[in-house]
Design a protein around this ligand. Sequence first.
Ligand code: PLP
Length: 493
Amino acid sequence: MPFVSTRGAEAISAPEAIVRGIAPDGGLYAPLSLPHLTKADFTRLASMDYAARAAWTLALLLDGFSEEELVPMAKAAYARFDDPEVAPVKELQGGRHVLELFHGPTMAFKDMALQMLPWLMTASAQKQGENREIAILTATSGDTGKAALEGFMDVPGTSVTVFYPLGGVSAVQEKQMVTSQGKNVHVVAVHGNFDDAQTGVKTLFGDPAFIEKMNAMGKTLSSANSINLGRLAPQVAYYLSACADLLARDEITWDEGLNVCVPTGNFGNILAAWYAKRMGAPIRKLICASNKNDVLSDFIRTGVYDRRRDFHKTISPSMDILISSNLERFLLELTDGNCARVRSWMHSLSEDGVYDIGEENLKKLQKIFYGGYADDQRTAATIRKAWEEEKYLLDPHTAVAACVAEDYRLDTGDQAPMLIVSTASPYKFASDVADALQVKVEGDAFEAAHALEAATGVKAPRQVAELKNMPVLHTRVCDKEKMGKAVLAGFVK
Ligand SMILES: *Cc1c(COP(=O)(O)O)cnc(C)c1O
């Protein structure tokens, strides 16, 4: 299945798209077509373990990869998860279900893709006859960074440089990154917010002088951000997996299906849900949940994407984003593949900070998506309510989704089964979760994790205790204009 740039470059294969990361014209690689699944496919999926489900899905989506070669990769990728189901679906009350995507080594859903990406990346490089070192450059709002560092640590033929906004990530997230081990990993804080860091990385991908310097050192650039096709494809697997499980348990029916609510930042996770829907998964409405940075819920309501607004730091920092890169892939489908149109909207966004998709496209969009947002106060209230009424501990990102899912039901009266996507362990954001539960904490995030465990009896993942005593290995900070220099400096011994 060939992949085209959202901005119009010619179609290329999956291995090539994965090695490149971003298209030379600045666009993202998107599938020209998608396979179509039947009810029988979901019955078969339900009988497989998670690694087999992932391998099966990836073989369907990525040309140039066979299921046979993907099985051992997926087995290795998901072996480090602390739940045998990898992505279990838990029941709440009122026909609501939680898809837990945080059982990987870094306690957030990014592991679902970033434990798999290094396998896809190195295999793709080999298929492409690429001999240069693959230098991964990534900007993070907190969770991608550590997941990329963990995934690529000491993988031969690769290196990874992560930029994070100084003061813009949680204490645990920062500690996870700056204690990263491995000979091929680099971590740099940037004076700026996530959008500055992401824009900086995108600029480097299009900077001929920088690329030349990297080439001269025997390196070729790629990205571990959710713009990489190798990130997106593994995310489709867990939606198919969740539908297979819920169908097998008779929690949902093939005809009625279910709604899916995703806490959204860069639009990668919910885009994977959309691809799953397009492939025939019994998904009804896609509910896009934002925090106070509600650019997407405004967009879904009005058809105007307007990033000219204040940037808010929230208790769900991995969603503190005003430029949702992956939306571009959806826009390509919304316009039936009109890349000239997508290009002009993206041009407006970068020049003027705004674009308008017009009435007709908006109508199409609203048939598929519902958008809503929750500020910190409603998010905290949702954490408290879920604990008091259901004894389920939500992290702040997941709580944003749970809150908006409830809004959706009240607003539309649609009581169909609801899948709430849980993107992080509550212990990754222990201070804010403890605050929401009014659990008294004296001290840092690690003390908060202790107090939370004592108050709720929900066991903290062992990574939390391990992290506390790890030595800090990375202390570099740079200006947002100097990110290229920072990358190069990392390779000078
Ligand atoms: C990255 C992240 C999100 C946002 O996911 P997108 O794919 O960027 O929309 C939500 N929650 C958590 C915990 C994350 O790490």
